[in-house]
Design a protein around this ligand. Structure first.
Ligand code: FAD
Length: 289
């Protein structure tokens, strides 16, 4: 089923991002975790795509795995970088053939050491949105950035490009991770002013360890509150204590979003199923279950 229709029908959405783990053991663990999320009335699972041919193959393996073993909707991510238009069309047609009805259309990032997008492909996600629309088979999601995309010269320019991408035919958007909700609320205000009306799903990264938090936030330019870093640094001697501080922070963040009327949440699980299930067990998220 198309995510846009599920969201419309339910008026709320709870979803989870995973990547295809290595090996048979990893695969079994993934299926087991997703089965537990399935029991919690999850809306969809999204499958990341890393760079290169192996990245695309892994996403496809995950799509087949989730489709074959669970009843949840699956949404593969598809990044244009490094692929020709015909390869992208072929991939979309392949997904359509597998019965996939949802796609997250992304540009992706240049590989380290490269400075230019190759000729013959798409330079922006909006072009992939346009291609996906032309196949008339998908509900299309796009990425949006509460703190602005790292390459955008200003929040205003970022919003212009965001609006343009959505106008090409996106049905919903998922935000980059953020750790201070005012970034999301301000973004929603700017989006509304720009005339964006599709559902915007906040992307939440459960915090379980300081090194991972710092690595991911640096990669995507998300601001991490100094007080949180300080607390987690102090608790560094005990993995359990640091994890507890991080998880409590994430629960509070979700709680605040829900209290402010947010009806959709998407978790960047980093395949840490246990952490996400613990967060879902907290009182904060009950209204979404
Ligand atoms: P775009 O929308 O194309 O934007 C990229 C930049 O170009 C922005 O600065 C934008 O303002 C600018 N821009 C857009 N249009 C124009 C124009 N006409 N003229 C000038 N500038 C313009 N990456 C992966 O590789 N694999 C994944 O699985 C993956 N999953 C993600 C999931 C989510 C929820 C999010 C938020 C991001 C994900 N990413 C993933 C990262 C994403 O690929 C990067 O953030 C990338 O740098 C931008 O992708 P985009 O689709 O937002 O690009």
């Amino acid at each position: 089923m198309k995510i846009k229709d599920i969201i419309k029908r339910q008026g709320k959405s709870l979803s989870f991002e995973f990547f295809m783990p290595k090996g048979e053991e990893g695969r079994s663990l993934l299926v087991e975790t997703i089965r537990r999320l399935e029991a919690l009335s999850s809306t969809f699972i999204s499958a990341t795509q890393s760079a290169g041919d192996s990245g695309l193959k892994n996403t496809r393996r995950m799509v087949e795995c989730i489709k074959g073993e669970t009843s949840l909707e699956i949404m593969p991510h598809l990044a244009c970088v490094g692929r020709s238009k015909s390869e992208l069309r072929h991939t979309l047609e392949d997904y359509r053939g597998l019965g996939i009805e949802n796609i997250l259309a992304l540009r992706g990032d240049l590989l380290q050491g490269t400075t230019k997008f190759p000729e013959g492909g798409f330079s922006y996600a909006k072009d992939l949105v346009k291609l996906a629309v032309s196949l008339k088979a998908f509900s299309i999601g796009v990425a949006v950035y509460p703190e602005g995309h790292m390459e955008s010269p200003s929040l205003e320019v970022d919003m212009l490009h965001t609006k343009e991408k959505i106008d090409y035919g996106a049905d919903f958007a998922i935000t980059q991770m953020f750790f201070q909700n005012h970034f999301f609320y301000d973004f929603m205000e700017r989006a509304q002013k720009a005339g964006i009306q599709i559902p915007i799903i906040p992307g939440i990264m459960p915090i379980t360890d300081i090194n991972r938090l710092e690595r991911f936030s640096q990669l995507c330019g998300a601001t991490v509150p100094g007080t949180l870093v300080e607390k987690m640094e102090k608790a560094k001697g005990s993995t359990d204590d640091a994890r507890k501080i991080g998880m409590e922070f994430t629960i509070k963040q979700c709680d605040d979003l829900l209290k402010n009327g947010v009806q959709y949440l998407h978790f960047f699980t980093l395949n840490q199923g246990e952490a996400v299930i613990k967060i879902l067990d907290s009182l904060a998220l009950k209204p979404l279950l």
